[in-house]
Design a protein around this ligand. Structure first.
Ligand SMILES: Nc1ncnc2c1ncn2[C@@H]1O[C@H](COP(=O)(O)OP(=O)(O)OP(=O)(O)O)[C@@H](O)[C@H]1O
Ligand SMILES: Nc1ncnc2c1ncn2[C@@H]1O[C@H](COP(=O)(O)OP(=O)(O)OP(=O)(O)O)[C@@H](O)[C@H]1O
Ligand SMILES: [Mg+2]
Ligand SMILES: [Mg+2]
Lengths: 257, 257
């Protein structure tokens, strides 16, 4: 059954979407059955794969409110063998709408239940907040969380808040919730700041930190404007090679490859 | 009475905090009476000014729930002549707690009412979401919103969602809500991507876009780790000079200077 990982960090702009999209794309291209869930109302994962969010009729929002079974909501790109549960602007209303619902934090986990056997990996791209959407992502992430951390000072500051939330979810909702790994992103080895921050992240998380460092690489920022993952847009770029390495490291740690 | 501006963009990591902190610091150092309100549970504006968020006993959260008058919650840095309404980790709970309250969107505006005469400028740093905290920031921003936009593709994608929200707030809560200006941040003129995005932002917003472009400059990312605004940490750096220019442009447009 699928390993379900959520990309989480309430600090904005740290590379959650970029990591979710590119890990998904490499694993799908290597033949694994992969589903990417876009749980962010900004729908950046959806548009990074060339899907126009305003044309999305049904997606994650409908899955959360139980309007249709998830299997009927999936888009599939045959070229890259990748499935997507797209986000639509409706999702922006879900945070407030879900507040009064019963078992509001487990809606996504229950919605994904029927498709777990169809996939090897499910990646959930979360919004930059610790509200009900991200809580749904955490509870659904039976494989654990992948935490992208930008190699910058302000991104460090947010880690303690994130750890607090993970502990709260572990004690109240999902005791098995664990950190699958921490990914250092937008690393620029020429700056002292980046090297100081990397040392602090390694002190804080120890061997949970993936060995692969993702460098700052403009190709990674360009790829979404073409609606392509880096594995298609510029696989031989620094960013492309780094995400291929990260995907391999993830497989190794999961006992696959 | 104070001009109240909210720094808003639900896209994460676009420079909301960096712009709020550095505009506040320059205007305060030039003798204007300035209050910076940290409305983000990450408390990045608070820590960027050297205040330890876990030591904050009372701040924005207490102001929102009406536990104490805002005037008694302010911190002041005498060296920079800057006042701060700090964030504490409690603020993370406010989004859900406020949902059931009466007039939940106008709590911040009402809390700031008694101190409007004491300041020339009030800047509100919002979190990267369009939930109740940001709605409170929008309703309180009688001067309008300042929208930082990173010169990258994914940041463009989010603008239509932001405009939708602004229109909803205008029709339901605050008819005078306006865009004071759009700031292009982390601009790297060497990349085609940045220049393409700048052209699109100018097409989308016209003369609402500030002339001053904020370049990508590592000094800006370093300053928060020293608890200093750029006006103190590295005023002659590219980033320092750009924010001084932006502060001057804001004053000019406001009929001051
Ligand atoms: N390694 C990298 N090098 C250069 N640019 C990058 C890199 N990773 C991400 N980016 C760019 O930085 C910006 C932020 O990345 P991304 O949108 O993936 O972060 P996020 O954490 O998903 O943001 P949000 O908090 O808004 O969801 C995007 O414009 C993206 O294209
Ligand atoms: N012009 C710039 N050049 C280089 N780095 C910058 C610049 N502006 C901001 N940064 C850095 O980029 C990161 C994101 O900026 P910042 O935290 O201000 O964005 P934000 O929109 O407030 O993020 P969030 O959505 O999490 O609140 C921070 O690490 C900051 O130090
Ligand atoms: Mg994202
Ligand atoms: Mg911020």
């Amino acid at each position: 059954s699928a390993r379900v990982y959520a990309l989480v960090n309430q600090k904005g702009g740290v590379g959650k979407t970029t990591t979710a999209v590119n890990l998904s794309a490499y694993l799908a291209q290597w033949g694994y059955r992969v589903l990417l869930v876009d749980l962010d109302p900004q729908a950046n994962a959806t548009s990074s794969l060339g899907v126009e969010k305003f044309h999305v009729q049904q997606g994650t929002y409908e899955a959360l409110i139980g309007a249709a079974p998830v299997g009927t909501l999936l888009l599939r790109n045959p070229k890259w063998n990748l499935h997507l549960l797209p986000a639509s602007p409706h999702l922006a209303g879900a945070e407030v709408e879900l507040v009064g619902e019963l078992a509001r934090e487990t809606k996504l986990r229950r919605a994904l239940q029927p498709v777990l056997e169809r996939f090897d990996y499910i990646f959930i791209d979360c919004p930059p907040s610790l509200g009900l959407l991200t809580l749904n992502g955490l509870v659904a992430a039976t494989g654990g969380v992948i935490i992208p951390v930008q190699a910058e000072y302000l991104a460090l500051e947010g880690l303690s808040l994130l750890m607090q939330t993970l502990r709260r979810v572990q004690s109240a909702l999902e005791p098995n919730l664990d950190i699958r790994g921490v990914v250092i992103t937008m690393y620029d080895g020429r700056t002292r700041l980046a090297n100081d921050v990397v040392r602090e992240i390694r002190d804080f998380f120890g061997d949970k930190v993936f060995r692969t460092l993702i460098p700052r690489s403009v190709r990674l920022a360009e790829a979404p404007s073409h609606g392509l993952p880096i594995s298609v847009y510029a696989p031989r770029s620094l960013g492309g090679r780094a995400y291929a390495m990260l995907a391999r490291e993830l497989l190794e740690g999961d006992g696959l490859s």
